[in-house]
Design a binder for this molecule. Sequence first.
Ligand SMILES: *[C@@H]1O[C@H](CO)[C@@H](O)[C@H](O)[C@H]1NC(C)=O
Ligand SMILES: *[C@@H]1O[C@H](CO)[C@@H](O)[C@H](O)[C@H]1NC(C)=O
Ligand SMILES: *[C@@H]1O[C@H](CO)[C@@H](O)[C@H](O)[C@H]1NC(C)=O
Ligand SMILES: *[C@@H]1O[C@H](CO)[C@@H](O)[C@H](O)[C@H]1NC(C)=O
Length: 506
Amino acid sequence: MLLHVTLTVVWTFTFTQGFGHTSNILDSTYIAAVYEHRVILNPDPLTPLSRSNALRHMQRNLDIYEEQAALAAQQGAHILVFPEDGLHGFNFSRSSISGYLETIPDPEEEHWNPCTEHSRFNNTEVLRQLSCMARRHNLYVVANMADLQPCPLMPDPATSCPSDGHWQFNTNVVFRSDGLLVARYHKHNLYFEGAFDTPPQPEIVTFDTPFAGRFGLITCFDILFHEPTITLLERGVRQLIFPTAWMNQLPLLDTIQFQRAVSLGANATLLAANVRNDRLIMTGSGIYTPLTASYHHAQRGDPEEGRLIVARIPVLDPGVAAEGSGVKRGATDFGFCQQDSCASSPPSSSTFTSSMMHDPFTFVLLNDTNGDLEVCDGSFCCRLQFQGFPQRGSKELYALGAFAGTHTVNGRYAVQVCAVVRCAGLEASSCGQEVEEAATKLTFTLEGRFGTKYVYPSVLVSGYILEQPEHMVKTGDGKVTMMHSNMAGGLVTACLYGRVYHLDNQ
Ligand SMILES: *[C@@H]1O[C@H](CO)[C@@H](O)[C@H](O)[C@H]1NC(C)=O
Ligand SMILES: *[C@@H]1O[C@H](CO)[C@@H](O)[C@H](O)[C@H]1NC(C)=O
Ligand SMILES: *[C@@H]1O[C@H](CO)[C@@H](O)[C@H](O)[C@H]1NC(C)=O
Ligand SMILES: *[C@@H]1O[C@H](CO)[C@@H](O)[C@H](O)[C@H]1NC(C)=O
């Protein structure tokens, strides 16, 4: 006889934004800092620079890093994270980036402090400065730079050594507070980066700290993939460091929205540092734990400048953290959707298809006669129960959308998504387009039955503000329910973003 056990996991969130997180008794905390850097770019990245000119360019960014490291240290930071591409910039070719490359020794093999032993390796000026920065300010420093590694020219397909006999990697480096190089991670999931190679194997890189235990390293696009992100989590890593250069994409993949979603969905800490560049729509950085979010997202018209974010947060490493690091167990009622009544929602008639993030979502409009909607894409169904719509005087149109399939534009990955979005206009065809502002505050329960356990929840409201879903329930049969009420801002997107990693290669 097969006994089927359905596990129910309940989260109840206490949401505090910024520095006021004092409601939980935490035995063990530390201070994290991330810096959103307005990177000074090389205006002509396709023309190769001499080493000295490349160093002169990077020095301008390093000078800003140095100032920010001092400010972070003044606020007691134990660790400071800088963004992807923050020293060299972007849009290089494989050859034009040559002046920016350093050969970064493997910290597993070399015990090297570039600040105190700078002459041990040639051509390592950037490593030396970052190391001295960590040492001078007595904090861990994480930065992203370009690494050159010689590889065996023997044409062994397994090593994928390029014909010029070396790899070029998009690389995160980590320095201990005395300057020792403690970790090196080569980005696995490149995003239109002609200057860089994909490492022959995904690298699962962690480092241990005395203040918070273990951290894992990922870079930008990596956050959407099984390797290395899920492998790190499966190995018990609960604190991820995420340098990124992320071009925002509403309604589902805005920076802070997805950073928050991953931290909640993975029940992990995420230290996210983005680049600031208005032309490329890059902004949005933060320090996220399952209970707190301290973040910055520039608004249209804000001066284009850097931003340091510092927050005291709980240690989440299970090897270090004290019992019950703050997550409170809540009651099992979740709004107006009692678990068993959820199965029989009325079929919704007037569905339509509209493109959202280049994927054909099936949508149904929210209207005043119906507070309980279901929409399906094939056998994948999403249900929304809502109150408080439409609001008097408001002319905003909302829709519930479902999509199950493989996203194929600018990257290929399988998803199952349930999303409530504000449509850009008053036509159904505008549902799924980008909107930044909204006035409608809903009380809702959003639910889907997912073919994956990796579901990332988020609530984004007007003006790039995050709200913490009040209540989340996950059952063993794949059903995920998010309940939210008392909204402070108008709803832009409420989303359950499921990643179906096992279908990525089909
Ligand atoms: C630089 O790269 C970004 C995407 O990474 C692209 O949108 C932009 O057009 C590129 N700029 C140039 C000058 O090639
Ligand atoms: C560094 O470069 C100099 C000059 O090219 C060379 O003499 C020296 O051997 C090199 N040192 C190392 C450690 O490679
Ligand atoms: C999240 O992690 C905490 C420990 O940090 C644990 O007590 C809690 O049960 C986890 N929540 C979920 C939903 O897994
Ligand atoms: C509201 O939506 C339901 C289900 O989609 C539909 O049958 C009904 O006609 C809609 N009512 C109005 C007033 O648009």
